[in-house]
Write a protein that binds this ligand. Sequence first.
Ligand code: KG4
Ligand code: ZN
Length: 333
Amino acid sequence: MLILGIETSCDETAVAVVEDGKKIHSNLVASQVQLHKEFHGIVPEVASRKHLEVILPLLKESLKKAKLTLKEIDVVAVTYGPGLSGSLLIGLTVAKGIAFSLNLPLIGINHLEAHLHAAFLNSPPPSPPLIGLVISGGHTELVYLSENEEYELLGSTRDDAVGEAFDKVARILNLGYPGGPIIEKIARNGDPSKIKLPVPRFKGETLDFSFSGLKTAVLYMVKQLKSKNLTVPVEDIAASFQLQIARIIYERIAKAASLKKVRQVVLGGGVASNKFIRNFLLNKFREKLQIFIPPPELCTDNAVMIAALAYHKIKKGEISSLSLEVQPNLKIG
Ligand code: KG4
Ligand code: ZN
């Protein structure tokens, strides 16, 4: 079964063709990073206009790469939430147009579930029950996926998402946008032990996250150093910040896995492409938990995860109606 996947929830236009939820025929992503750089973040209006401009050429290119025509596609899958409403609307409208004109089934996909599903393309794939963690620019969602594939939200962020914290700290350190990959790169030359950053503490038992304290600590540290005309040890700060994030993620996953008595963990979202965090978790969980992380290009926004999850949905008979609407605040589960 050939599934066309379309993803436009944020600032990446992505089109992919995946066969039977596994075999990738094409995987194209048109990034808008350069466009949003000068604003240090995503401007929704600019994002939706760009999606509109590139989506049809990208669709054409994706089919060409897959050596297929639109008529050979069996199913159309598209992200309908969560995300920016104007951006989601472009992908959904194109998907509906194709489904309607070629009389194909339409499958609406939850972007967060798709981020976790990306790990199911690993070989061997994970098998629920498991703990899932989405760590992206807009989300930090810790979930339990039961044996019969029902999601239970265990915790989420009370302030910034992890990726957002990376982006904000990079801005404080004057490193550019998006912050994640830049912090990862410069942290390689830093010594985390030289900078003490706080660990967020909550009252009572919780699986929630908080990252704004870390960001604020970096902000005050930089302000103080600058006011004394001292050099800001950017690399050490980046390394310490990244290590703290890895520790927080590790601690939350370990707690959730022990609570739910599971031995498998799935990670997804842009921050999961961070090699330091990946290795930190793999080392820490070695022999205790089996951890499944998609390859980096399937961690960041892509349409392979959309098409792959759609295959799973169609097998369960979960087909969407053509009156499907965007849901910018769609939750997981
Ligand atoms: O999943 P994603 O591509 O888009 C959303 O759904 O949000 O995630 C983007 C986020 C950005 O905040 C970016 O800074 C972060 O993922 N990111 C990283 C890395 N690559 C992307 N964070 C840390 N390390 C990275 N290597
Ligand atoms: Zn995403």
